[in-house]
Ligand binder design. Sequence first.
Ligand code: PLP
Length: 363
Amino acid sequence: MNALLPRPSILTIEPYVGGESKLPGVNRIIKLSSNEGAFGPPPSAQEAIIAAAREAHRYPDGGATRLREAIGTRFGLDPARIVCGNGSDELIAYLILAYGGEGTELVMPAHGFVMYDLTGRYAGCRVIKVPERNLMADVDAMLAAVGPRTKLVCLVNPNNPTGALLPRSEVQRLRAGLRDDILLILDAAYAEYVTDPDYDPGNALVDASGNTVMTRTFSKIYGLGGLRLGWAYMPPQVADVLARIRGPFNVNSAAMAAGIAAVSEPGWIERSVAHNEEWRAKLSEGLRALGIKVWPSACNFILADFGDAERAKAADASLRARGIIVRAVGGYALPTCLRITIGTAEECTLVQEGLAAFVQNGG
Ligand SMILES: *Cc1c(COP(=O)(O)O)cnc(C)c1O
């Protein structure tokens, strides 16, 4: 008998574990484990989803034309070079499968987003995780790790789960040091939260180079993670590749309607960013006052560092006992840390109180 087996690299993948959302015996859960926007979906997006229900028997627009136009208008980009996806994860997978594969290498920072590792293995790439410096991607080390088989370099900026923002000049230096036949994926899932005026989520670099793609998502600041909607901005020749391989109806009509409404919701980003700045600072300062190290973050989460893995585990357990779920990041080689999403004012206050009690009780 011949056993049915997938390609060998598939069995090296550990299935992705998302942020948890339930605790046994707890009614009211404070879920701060997946970086979902603090305010939920914009009201206009909720209305659009309801309206889309009446047309649910119709196939969606396979070209996502109105959505791409709305995104292009909102962010000042050419809609012809935007491709939408069932979450940005789908677009990332298409890119890695199209440009990577058996016999190639994918280079990423050691504490970069885990989906690049999982999808790289799926494609058959050898995934090279490059050590970081002080939880910041090390451009020199990444360039040194690139070899003749390297086809993909993946950088999340600002990074999940560290929150680190790599300066624009460093991202440019990374691109400039890569061969032209290497695709640089710049994942800007948290772009809307960044307030540093020097930041380029990828718009400028995609335009300046023929081999860089920027990916974005509606799952974070726009609070639409449940509908699965992402997009990417890319050179025309990469858009042509995705047009050949993506599912013809990969984005559903409710997601498209919600996305169009969300990018047009007046003041949504401003309000979300103002809230995030205020409460990220308050929670960071509050935890530091308790003696907990907090890494600098440009995102809607903070990385709290408890110094050792046992203490991080105990802190996680004590928050859970209060119904608060944050994210353990041992899978990102950060076992001493917990990643905490910036939720509502009340949720942030409950985290602060929970960790204060943890420290006061000798934790
Ligand atoms: C949340 C996140 C995404 C978003 O993925 P979607 O598939 O669009 O929900 C992508 N990249 C990073 C780094 C993220 O943190």
